[in-house]
Write a protein that binds this ligand. Structure first.
Ligand SMILES: [Zn+2]
Length: 439
């Protein structure tokens, strides 16, 4: 499957014609032309209004035109694990999946717990010049959950949030200090909610399937107990709490209740948690192993309803590349996580259709809200903002074949699945940095 990264640029600018523009931040939902000059949104006009007659035309007939999608939870693996992914390959995977920007977690080697590592990531992303890459700093030094990391200096170096993602923060006192301290910089604290004393060494959702397979279970209570604890701390400590990859019906209920009480909490769900159940573990499929684990049909229903009613703010992939030798082994030993950037859009489109979620709500969850939560540019096609744009052909059918992905890793549970909807073009700052060659 060919693809190309030759930027299409035009000295004067571009006009995207014929598409259906969905931009909830500006209240736009319908056929419009998007005029881009000097890398910025210059006008969003009625179709064939004549604006941009002097510009290079991008034909988006039959396509959806979104503000550039933003994935607020990815693992780019550089520095330290370049055999799984690099900032460059991860940024290519992002663009191919329609994400003009990603925020990358701190569990690299060395851990992003200092300004030096934050600066390294930003510098590599600048050199690569593909998707925008926003580093997330660690909450604790070395992700050990003991001492706060150098949050102030990382903030000056450009982090957009703090998180020990992958390592739940068991020390409630540290969690409280993280919320108090981060509030001085208005940085959200992104939390991986799992009480290790309840989780033990579970490897999949605890229930009928884990019993049948003879695998140790991760009970829903391990997640929900931590969500409840952190909401209680948030209520007193201040700051902003963002719950990563929420996965159970009980967590959705807790977040909904906290929001009704006005607490500054937001939450995300992954495409795999709204698309698959624990049944995907099947015959010990390592590519269905992640943390939090795939849950039950009732949990899938609950996270979908949470997205529909706004309890859940964002869709984030938790893109977690691993080498096949780390996944295609005994289930107990397989590493947690799957790649997600290049399948997110069609999975989200399918979920939205099945759940009666509007395209506007989908764009809110995949662009507008992540921009707002992280305080980064983008999330809209308002006049004068950098022209980050995603163009999707909602009718194209394709079969997932990870061997053709831009990611260096292949660990997806969606291999061989037929999906509908494909990203055909991604623009960053008015440059076409990704376009499918067969379009
Ligand atoms: Zn993660």
């Amino acid at each position: 499957m060919a693809a190309n990264f030759q930027p299409v640029t035009s000295a004067k600018g571009l006009v995207i014609r014929g598409g259906v523009v969905i931009d909830p931040a500006s209240g736009v939902n319908g056929h419009r032309d998007v005029v881009i000059r000097d890398g910025k949104i210059n006008a969003v006009t009625e179709p064939e209004g004549g604006a941009g007659a002097d510009l290079t035309v991008i034909d988006a007939s039959g396509c959806l035109v979104f503000p550039g999608l933003i994935d607020m939870h990815v693992h780019l693996r550089e520095p330290g694990y370049e055999y799984k992914e690099t900032i460059e390959s991860g940024a290519r995977a992002a663009l191919a999946g329609g994400f003009s920007a990603v925020a990358c977690m701190a569990n690299t080697n060395p851990v992003n717990d200092s300004a030096a590592v934050t600066e390294f990531i930003r510098e590599r992303a600048r050199e690569v010049a593909l998707a925008r890459v926003y580093p997330i700093g660690a909450v604790s030094k070395q992700l050990k959950g003991e001492e706060l990391a150098e949050i102030g200096e990382m903030h000056r170096a450009g982090i957009v949030a703090i998180s020990d993602d992958g390592m739940p923060i068991m020390d409630g006192g540290l969690m409280r200090r993280a919320l108090e301290y981060s509030s001085m910089f208005n940085l959200p604290v992104i939390v991986h909610e799992q009480d290790g004393t309840i989780a033990g060494d579970g490897v999949m959702n605890e229930g009928a399937v884990s019993m049948r397979l003879g695998l140790k279970g991760l009970p829903a209570a391990a997640e929900e107990a931590m969500v409840a604890r952190d909401l209680a701390i948030l209520e007193r400590a201040g700051g902003r709490l963002h719950i990563a990859h929420l996965s159970t019906a009980g967590s959705v209920a807790l977040v909904g209740d906290a929001k009704r009480r006005g607490l500054p909490v937001t939450a995300e769900v992954t495409p795999h948690h709204f698309s698959l159940t624990e049944a995907a573990v099947g015959a010990y499929n390592g590519n269905a192993k992640m943390n939090p684990p795939l849950r039950t049909a009732r949990d899938v229903d609950a996270v979908r309803r949470g997205l529909a009613d706004g309890t859940i703010d964002a869709i984030a992939t938790d893109h977690a590349p691993h080498h096949r030798d780390e996944k295609e082994i005994e289930f107990d030993r397989a590493l947690n996580g799957i790649i997600g950037l290049e399948t997110a859009v069609p999975l989200a489109l399918r979920m939205a259709e099945e759940t009666n979620i509007t395209l506007s709500a989908l764009v809110m969850a995949m662009s507008t809200n992540p921009a707002r939560i992280l305080g980064v540019p983008g999330g809209s096609l308002a006049l004068g903002v950098p022209a980050d744009v995603t163009i999707v052909d909602p009718a194209r059918r394709w079969t997932v074949c990870a061997a053709h992905f831009q990611s260096k890793s292949r660990n997806t549970p969606f291999e061989g699945m037929e999906l509908q909807g494909q990203v055909v073009m991604t623009l960053v700052g008015g440059r076409v940095v990704w376009r499918r060659a067969d379009v």
